[in-house]
Design a binder for this molecule. Structure first.
Ligand code: ARG
Length: 590
């Protein structure tokens, strides 16, 4: 189904052509001044330059040719040459009736036959998820859901960090604590036990202990580096330990992500890309892309147009070690081989921008990907505390993600339990959903690249541009519909088309609903979930205004009542669909 602005654009373009101007000037957009009109076309201003006529003259000609058009209620021109358009109610109603009957409420599947990989999450094994992992999980999940909704073959990949020094640190620490474990006995040739020699709780203690100890003890740091090298080169016992670390860690990570309502299609790891490295290096060397400089193997990626220095991409250090870039390049090769994506979207802290710039340039320059493969870096800003620095706990530590979620749901719980008639258990379930919605919505309603301030009181408020406010609106519509159905159990929503408008707030609500397909598509193509947030906030406001002005349940005229019921039911479905695209679940009541 075409977007509403596209449909109007077709008509206005035809008018430009009819009046002897190029149709390119006929683009129509939503009005900047909704108090004056619904849509506007500014084409007469640019056409004026080309045709050397005053803009108002051109605009007047267009307006005259559109005046009688059946789709338009009002077309006027205003200084210096804007064309203001308001649609006929029937045109909007026809659009909404078609939308109600269409698959996905009229949102076209622009991604058909295209594959995208969304690289998000990016946790490192053995380290618990903390607040720093919230944004990538929440934004990535939303981008993935939007892509899938729009018909892309979409693969979300957690891209687990399992190849670095953290593994060596853990192995070295285990060895320090229990040197007699069979994993450290080089003479041992048998099978290793299936059960890991540690639990997740122990693992989460072992890693920070080791990491802190390595900072003050150079010999231990050396042991850890050595262990890293050995496990990377296939030391039997160390590899067995690494597998244990992976298993224990992945099980726990899956649980934690499920708690966030975040689900990955692929649980690929940095280690999976390692086998691709030797061939890649050979290829880069043989084709003259990579060369040795100061003992390291590098690829130049600078560009004449650079305003800042972009250092070369280092693939192998002088000591023979490969780097983060090497793994990311090899991962691109692996992904191309396994999934042939048309686009890979990385959702990573914006402080890693240079790294990705180097990797992308290197991949393009060396033809690891075709020129039209899109490599997109979505760098996100930091969630800050009130002091403007990255958010910390009251005691100055980094907050674990599960504690953050708990804090948010506790806050909501207190409010909900005050409602009479809700059992403790149900209140808990509801507050978990609403608390999570509060966190996710506040994160997504900000532009991805911007920092934002953590303010739980504001996030969990049921007023203003918040997750709980939107959910509250959906729950309210659900309860009106339930009440209506209990009075009229025979009624099936959708059977009756929408009717002509009766009030202004009804018209505004309808007009807002028409924007659904346009908003979803541009949220995805601009990688901007905040556009969906803005849309559902506006839609909720329009609904609440409409609801206050019209008594749906006590309406006597059945035609009117049915039409309203359909209108609010469509509103509810659109809100729920949008929330789902943001990864937000709605409870039945609140
Ligand atoms: N594990 C990395 C980190 O903690 C993030 C991974 C992001 N994705 C990627 N393909 N490099 O910084």
């Amino acid at each position: 189904m075409k977007k509403l602005t596209e449909l109007i654009t077709v008509t206005v373009k035809a008018a430009f052509e009819k009046c002897g101007y190029s149709s390119e000037y006929g683009s129509v957009t939503l009005s900047d001044r909704p108090d004056l009109c619904q849509f506007q076309c500014n084409g007469a201003l640019s056409a004026a330059k080309k045709y050397k006529k005053p803009p108002l003259t051109i605009a007047t000609e267009i307006v005259n040719s559109l005046k009688e058009h059946q789709d338009f209620k009002d077309v006027t021109c205003v200084m210096p040459g804007f064309i203001n358009i308001t649609l006929n109610d029937s045109f909007i109603i026809d659009f909404l009736n078609t939308m109600m009957e269409s698959k996905k409420f009229g949102c076209e599947e622009i991604g058909e036959n295209k594959t995208i990989i969304v690289d998000y999450g990016g946790p490192n094994v053995a380290k618990p998820l903390h607040v720093g992992h919230l944004r990538t999980a929440v934004i990535g999940e939303s981008i993935k859901r939007m892509g899938r909704f729009l018909g892309y073959n979409t693969l979300g990949d957690v891209h687990l960090g399992d190849w670095g020094l953290q593994i060596g640190l853990i192995i070295a620490e285990l060895k320090r604590r229990s040197p007699d474990l069979i994993y450290f006995n080089i003479d041992y040739k048998g099978e290793y036990p299936e059960e890991a020699p540690f639990t997740i709780t122990e693992l989460e203690e072992i890693y920070p202990t080791a990491s802190n100890y390595a900072k003050i003890n150079a010999a231990f740091m050396e042991d850890s580096k050595q262990a890293t090298l050995l496990f990377q080169n296939g030391h039997r016992g160390y590899v067995a330990l690494w597998k244990h670390i992976l298993n224990v860690s992945i099980k726990d990570l899956k649980k934690n992500y499920a708690n966030l309502n975040v689900y990955f299609d692929l649980w690929k790891k940095e280690s999976d890309a390692q086998p691709y490295i030797p061939k890649m290096i050979e290829y880069l060397k043989d084709n003259g892309f990579a060369y040795i400089s100061d003992g390291a193997l590098i690829v130049d990626v600078k560009d004449d147009r650079d305003t800042k220095e972009v250092p070369p991409c280092i693939l192998v250090k002088s000591d023979g070690a490969t780097l983060y870039s090497t793994t990311d390049l090899a991962t691109i090769i692996e992904r191309m081989e396994l999934y042939k994506p048309d686009e890979i979207i990385y959702i990573v802290d914006k402080r890693q921008e240079l790294h990705f710039e180097q990797v992308f340039r290197c991949a393009k320059k060396t033809k690891l990907v075709s020129p039209d493969t899109k490599l997109i870096f979505l760098g996100f800003g930091t969630m800050n505390g009130k002091d403007g620095k990255p958010f910390k706990t009251r005691y100055g530590g980094v907050m674990r993600l599960e504690h953050l979620i708990k804090e948010a749901s506790d806050k909501v719980y207190k409010r909900i339990i005050e409602n009479k008639g809700i059992r403790e258990e149900e209140a808990e379930e509801i507050s978990k959903k609403v608390g999570l919605a509060a966190l996710k919505y506040s994160d997504l309603s900000n532009q991805i690249s911007k920092d934002y301030m953590f303010d739980l009181d504001r996030f969990t408020s049921s007023e203003g541009n918040t997750g709980p406010y939107i959910i509250y609106t959906v729950v309210r519509i659900k309860s009106i519909l339930n009440k209506f159905l209990s009075m009229d159990p025979e009624y099936k929503t959708g059977e009756i088309s929408l009717q002509l408008l009766c009030s202004e707030s009804e018209g505004s609500l309808m007009l807002k609903l028409t924007q659904f397909n346009e908003v979803v598509i541009s949220s995805f193509t601009d990688y901007s979930p905040h556009k969906i947030c803005q849309f559902i906030y506006d839609l909720s406001n329009e609904f609440n205004k409409f609801y206050h002005e019209n008594k749906i349940i006590s309406e006597r005229d059945p035609q009117k009542q049915y039409s309203w019921v359909n209108l609010i039911s469509l509103t509810k479905n659109v809100l729920i669909t949008c929330l789902d695209l943001l990864g937000i679940e709605v409870p039945d009541r609140m």
